[in-house]
Design a protein around this ligand. Structure first.
Ligand code: C2E
Ligand code: MG
Ligand code: MG
Length: 710
């Protein structure tokens, strides 16, 4: 229908009828009919083939020949005509009317009883109905198209669970063709019979379902799928079946598995990583809380000197070695034990059902023994060893991290005890580890809270008996624990790198204090400061000292650095550079604790030390042991040949002092002379001595140093 015009073809062999019909059309006002008329069956077919009409009106009786309007109806539909066809019948042709409708006619009109009103209504309804049918048909086509082209599998069934739809994707995945499965039960597609019943019941009851479910292919193979299913209803809302959309999730599951594996394994050795280890440890910990008889222990293993091996072999070989070690560790364990790599050269082992000393030790020994056998890497034999810390399941653990921390602590102890061994954690270690941790935290705040104090121990000239220098010795006034000596907290400060801040503070304090003494008139006093290996290794040290000396205004030669023999030995190349810089700044250097290391005095030749301090362990028995006294004497003599002054440290007896003086030792320091004391006490001491000098002009230190040697 265009512009309110309707093209109509009337097929009627009776011209009168045509005229009447035309009359009726002319009475219609709502739209305009464009009426064509043809008489016979054959001419009608020709016209129909050549033209399109909006509506066809066929008379039932068509002469000449045997063809009726119903034959024409059939033929027209066969030709693919989609427009409505209305049959004109005679009165009382009830059978014909019904037959016409059955064969696809849109309506029938009874000749002689038809007026323009009826005709108009019949044609209008026929056109509207056709349009609606068209819409439905195209919607259905569209749906069918979607089903056919969907990448997802689409399967439908009636309420008897017989398959009614099976799209091409389903055919491809399941391996059945549609005709094979139509009418069969959808249960054949499920992997598990019980599951299938359960899910179908759920769909029928809850009207929908979505979730993962395993399906079975024609060849029996099972695949995981995601099913989204719902109830199918007809237009009257009556349930007629179920429809399901299925997606194959094999690949997705594989990816998820891969990601999960990666998250819980070490990529180099394929061993479980820390995450997985912690998860398993947590599970065992939980289990042991429920069941007191269940047992486990944790071994923490760290390779000895792996860094050296790694650096000398190169990282590729280092990696290969780690892989071989991982394999060997695996071989030493039962299947139920977990061997994990935590990264670097650290491994952790979880022994299930082992919590006694005997068995855990046995495993540790087996590992150490297995590692003794050399590894062959790129044709080279490599021997590695490991230190192992063991924690046996203890009631006092609540968190897996705590177990691991203690295993780490005790492993470290095994390393300290000489490597290639194991140690077992006990409660006392736990307490000392906790203690250590607390101290570490407190130390971070010690400077801000002004808890550090500098003590000074006088160094006395054996020739004049005067105090020529003071050694700065740091102490920590801990609010709860009282006075803590440096041997206890300096190693801790080094480990936590607090030593940099502490060291800076000490130099700053010592210089400022000595400047005050100089200003009071004691300008012959030198202050010495101990410096640790880590501090010494920092390039900025000379610059730092330079700045402090400049800011405090202390003459550079009134400051001296004490460096231990071992620091010098371990710093090697670096020492010379730093020494040169310090020398440029006129800062004196002293070698501290001399005689306990391995350096010969000869090695001092190349280093610009101005002083050497003999360690107190050598001084200790010079008055009782002739060997010791001979060594000390020769050290003093050789130092003097090199123009190096000598201090004897830890002088505690008169006998020691006398011997040292007879050996021409330059200076002495020790409890016999003075203890380390506060700055204020040193000030008083200096003042006192000065007064005595002024008063008596006599030997000022008679109370400490006997007059015999003077
Ligand atoms: P050190 O440099 O060998 O210091 C001498 C230590 O011997 C001091 O112990 C001192 O009190 C002690 N001492 C002095 N006279 C005698 C004696 O007659 N007999 C005995 N048995 N001991 C004596 P202190 O103050 O406990 O210091 C220990 C170590 O701590 C020092 O050994 C030094 O290496 C280190 N230290 C002290 N202060 C500092 C500092 O500010 N920085 C650094 N890095 N280390 C420091
Ligand atoms: Mg010292
Ligand atoms: Mg010393």
């Amino acid at each position: 229908m265009k512009n309110n015009r309707i093209k109509i073809l009337l097929v009627d062999d009776d011209e009168d009828d045509y005229v009447i019909t035309r009359e009726l059309f002319s009475e219609i006002t709502t739209w305009k009919a464009e009426l064509d008329w043809t008489k016979t069956y054959d001419t009608a077919l020709e016209v129909i083939r050549a033209n399109d009409y909006d509506v066809y009106l066929f008379d039932y009786r068509l002469g000449p020949g045997d063809h009726t309007g119903l034959d024409l109806l059939h033929e027209t539909i066969t030709l693919g005509c989609k427009s409505p066809i209305i049959i004109l019948t005679g009165q009382g042709d009830y059978q014909v009317d019904m037959e016409a409708i059955r064969k696809g006619a849109s309506d029938y009109l009874i000749k002689g009883q038809t007026n323009s009103f009826l005709l108009e209504k019949s044609i209008r309804h026929a056109i509207e109905r056709k349009r609606a049918e068209e819409a439905i048909r195209s919607a259905r086509n569209y749906a069918e198209y979607l089903v056919a082209c969907s990448l997802d599998m689409i399967i439908a069934a009636n309420l008897n669970l017989e398959i009614t739809e099976f799209n091409p994707s389903a055919e491809k995945m399941f391996g059945y063709c549609k005709s094979e499965v139509l009418g069969k039960s959808i249960r054949i597609l499920f992997a598990d019979a019980i599951e299938s019943r359960h899910i179908i019941e759920k769909i029928l009851k809850e009207k929908s379902f979505s979730g993962e479910i395993n399906k079975r292919k024609k060849d029996g193979e099972i695949f995981p799928s995601f099913l989204s299913a719902s109830i199918l209803k007809d237009i009257n809302d009556k349930e007629i079946g179920i429809v399901g959309i299925l997606r194959d999730i094999t690949e997705r599951n594989r990816l998820i598995d891969q990601l999960r594996y990666n998250a819980f394994h070490d990529p180099l050795t394929n061993l479980p990583n820390r995450n997985l280890f912690m998860e398993r440890l947590e599970r065992l910990l939980e289990r042991s809380k429920r069941d007191r008889n269940s047992a486990f222990s944790v071994l923490f293993l760290d390779l000895d000197r792996f860094k050296i091996v790694n650096d000398s072999l190169g990282h590729l070989s280092g990696d290969k070695l780690l892989i071989s070690i991982a394999q060997k560790l695996r071989e030493c364990m039962r299947k139920s034990d977990t061997v994990a790599r935590f990264g670097g050269d650290e491994f952790a082992i979880l022994l299930d059902n082992v919590d006694d000393h005997f068995n855990a030790k046995f495993v540790a020994e087996r590992i150490l023994e297995a590692l003794k056998e050399p590894f062959i890497l790129d044709g080279r034999k490599i021997v590695v060893s490991a230190s192992i810390g063991i924690v046996l399941k203890g009631e006092f653990y609540h968190r897996p991290e705590d177990i691991l921390r203690d295993a780490d602590t005790v492993m470290y102890r095994a390393k300290m005890l000489g490597k290639a061994r194991y140690a077992i954690f006990n409660i006392e270690m736990h307490d000392s580890a906790m203690n250590f941790l607390q101290l570490e935290t407190d130390l971070r705040h010690a400077i801000e809270r002004s808890e550090l104090i500098l003590y000074y121990q006088p160094i006395v000239s054996l020739r004049t008996t005067e105090i020529v220098a003071v050694e700065s010795l740091v102490r920590w006034q801990h609010p709860q624990r009282g006075l803590i000596l440096p041997d206890e907290f300096i190693p801790l400060a080094e480990e936590t790198r607090e030593i940099d801040r502490i060291g800076y503070w000490v130099i700053q304090q010592a210089c400022a204090q000595n400047k005050r003494w100089h200003d009071m008139g004691f300008s012959n006093i030198t202050v010495t400061v101990n410096i640790s290996l880590l501090q010494f290794r920092r390039k900025e040290l000379p610059e730092q000292i330079g700045t402090i000396i400049k800011n405090t205004g202390l003459p550079a030669d009134a400051f001296e650095l004490e460096i231990t023999e071992s620091t010098v030995m371990e710093s090697k190349g670096l020492v010379l550079e730093i020494f040169k810089e310090l020398n440029k700044m006129k800062i004196h250097l002293m070698m501290d604790d001399f005689g306990i290391g391995f350096s010969s005095i000869n090695s001092l030749k190349h280093l610009p030390f101005s002083t050497l301090k003999i360690d107190r362990s050598l001084i200790l028995d010079i008055d009782t042991n002739p060997d010791a006294s001979a060594i000390v004497k020769s050290i003093i003599d050789m130092a003097h040949t090199l123009k190096i002054k000598v201090i004897a440290e830890g002088v505690e007896t008169q006998g020691q002092l006398e011997l040292l003086r007879s050996y021409n030792c330059d200076y002495a320091q020790g409890f016999l002379l003075y203890n380390p004391m506060s700055a204020e006490e040193i000030t008083n001491l200096l003042r006192q001595k000065n007064k005595k000098i002024l008063d008596t002009k006599s030997n000022i230190t008679r109370e400490y140093i006997p007059s015999t040697g003077q």
